[in-house]
Ligand binder design. Structure first.
Ligand code: COA
Length: 177
C-alpha cells in the first residue's frame, strides 16, 4: 500500500516542487500548430501566425522543442542551428504552467541537445524589461553581449543580445581557442 507521506515519484527539479516526471520534452509535430499559436499569443505582442510556425516546423535548420505535461503541450522553444551556432528565436510557457520549473527544464534540454550537433555558441534576443526571462538565461550561463536599440517595433524597446559558449567535446570553451 502506498505511503501517504511519500513524495511523488521522480526527482525534484530543484526547489520548484515539480518533478522530472511532471514534464517531458519532445519535438513538436504539425498536430500542435493551433496550440503553438495559442501559447505564443498569450505573451508575444508581435504574435506569430500559423504560417510562421508551420515554416519553423518544416525548416531543416529549426529545432522546435515542446514541453509536455502528459500529452498536453504547455511550452515550446524554437532554435535555429547554423553550423556551430544556435539562435533561440522563440520560447514561451503557457501562463498556467509558468513558475513551476518548466522554463528551466526546456532551456536545459536545449543546452543539452545543442552540443550533440556541434553547437558551441547559443545566442538570443530578449526585451530589456523582461527580467523573468533574463534571470532564467543568466542562471544558465548566458551573459549580455550587446544591445539592439529600439529593436521591438511594438513599443520601441531595446533588445539585449545574450549568449553562452558551450564546452566543446574536448572540454575547452570556444573562446579559449
Ligand atoms: C520566461 C519564461 C519562459 C520562464 O519560464 P517559467 O516556466 O515561468 O520559469 P521557471 O519556473 O522554470 O523559472 C526559471 C527561472 O526564471 C526566473 N523567474 C521565473 N519567474 C520569475 C519571476 N516572477 N520573477 C523573476 N524571475 C523569475 C528565475 O530565475 C527562475 O529560476 P528560480 O526559480 O530558480 O529562481 C516564462 O515566464 C514565459 O513563458 N514568459 C513569457 C514569454 C517570454 O518572456 N519568453 C522569453 C522571450 S526572450
Amino acid at each position: 500500500m502506498a505511503n501517504p507521506d511519500s513524495k511523488p515519484p521522480g526527482k525534484l527539479v530543484e526547489e520548484t516542487g515539480a518533478t522530472v516526471d511532471t514534464f517531458h520534452v519532445a519535438p513538436v509535430s504539425h498536430l500542435w500548430l493551433g496550440r503553438l499559436v495559442e501559447i505564443d499569443s498569450n505573451w508575444n505582442p508581435r504574435s506569430w501566425s500559423v504560417q510562421l510556425f508551420e515554416r519553423e516546423l518544416s525548416s531543416s535548420s529549426s529545432r522546435v522543442r515542446g514541453l509536455f505535461v502528459q500529452d498536453l503541450l504547455v511550452g515550446y522553444l524554437i532554435g535555429h542551428v547554423v553550423c556551430d551556432e544556435a539562435h533561440i528565436v522563440s520560447f514561451g510557457i503557457a501562463p498556467e504552467w509558468r513558475e513551476k520549473g518548466g522554463g528551466k527544464f526546456l532551456l536545459a534540454d536545449f543546452l543539452r541537445m545543442a552540443p550533440l550537433e556541434g553547437v558551441v555558441v547559443i545566442s538570443l534576443d530578449v526585451r530589456a524589461s523582461n527580467q523573468r526571462a533574463r534571470n532564467l538565461y543568466s542562471r544558465y550561463g548566458f551573459s549580455v553581449a550587446g544591445v539592439r536599440r529600439r529593436y521591438y517595433s511594438d513599443n520601441g524597446e531595446d533588445a539585449l543580445t545574450m549568449r553562452v559558449e558551450l564546452p566543446r567535446p574536448n572540454g575547452k570553451r570556444s573562446e579559449a581557442e
